[in-house]
Design a protein around this ligand. Sequence first.
Ligand SMILES: Cc1ncc(COP(=O)(O)O)c(C=O)c1O
Length: 374
Amino acid sequence: MKPMQFLDLKQQYLLNKDRIDRRIHQVLEHGNFIMGPEVSELENELAAYVGVRHCVTCASGTDALLMAVLALGVKAGDEVIVPDFSFFATAEILLLLGIKPVYVDVSEIDFNIDPHLIRNYITDKTKAIIAVSLYGQCADFNQLNALAAEYGLAVIEDGAQSFGAIRNGKKSGALCSIGCTSFFPSKPLGCYGDGGACFTDDDAIAENLKSIRVHGQTKRYVHDNVGINGRLDTIQAAILLEKLPLLDGEIEQRNRIARTYSAELGGLDRLIAPSIVANSIHAFGQYTLRVGSHLREPLLAYLSEREIPTAIHYPATLSSQKANQKAGVTVSANNVVAEQMAREVFSIPVHPYLEPDEQHTVIEAIRTFLEKTE
Ligand SMILES: Cc1ncc(COP(=O)(O)O)c(C=O)c1O
């Protein structure tokens, strides 16, 4: 019997091998490896899928965030509000640019930035809010956009984990000034290397993004902006073109698996299953539970002994990372919910190819552990 996978990319590939191989070979044959025709074809398809005017693909989710901040003209000395509980890239791109990340606590309900707290952190230097749609569930952009409009701020979605998710009828990527996503292999829509994209309805922002992606060029060898080498490889675009049609079906599968987990585990004492906010579709990039901090390590060890893969997203808050000090940022955050999440969360396999008997094994193991440690 093959060992249980946290994510089964091989199975996904084998089921779609012919189409993916054919697309990759087309690129090998035409040889336009940089900005080949598949890149603009993909951008058109992604923009249509998300429901925005522009998609600008790029080399990673991190570059998407970096390009978004540069495209908005946020610069050294400015402040940007971010949630204190995310993958480090959300804040890292700010530290790189000399922008101060202002860490705000998250909500216990959806793990995303708590819009009610943001007002207290806005200063004359605040230029934008980056909200992460963590684990695949979109943050509350209705509230975030209203607040941002009041103070003249831009809003960026870090939708690295939420491509395909929906909130209030809008797709992740279409919820604010600029949506950013990642096509890292383990994301809901992943390529076979690094990749990412920005989404916007604003023509001027789209032009800036396109320029920043290619060293700030506006014409060949004319550099009106400071940019990066942030292009998506043509081969990755070709792979994504074949994988995009699978996405909605895979998200349905992930939701089906998540519903079973929540039905079987949600009622157990000492375990908190993820909630789904109203009017939304969760992409379930991760299925992340909470357990009392003293039980997390023994529970994960127990699952590991039974070859059940798990992960912790994430074991520390962003504000607690030493990189802040190294970048010259003094942080005095006291974000109690984010700190508690970092001690309590753990993720279990939710990939679309998880077999029912594998899921049963995960559920029974967690149940047995909790009974045994009563
Ligand atoms: C929330 C979040 N933001 C940004 C990123 C960065 O994306 P990438 O790895 O494609 O650079 C990730 C990737 O793990 C992420 O989870």
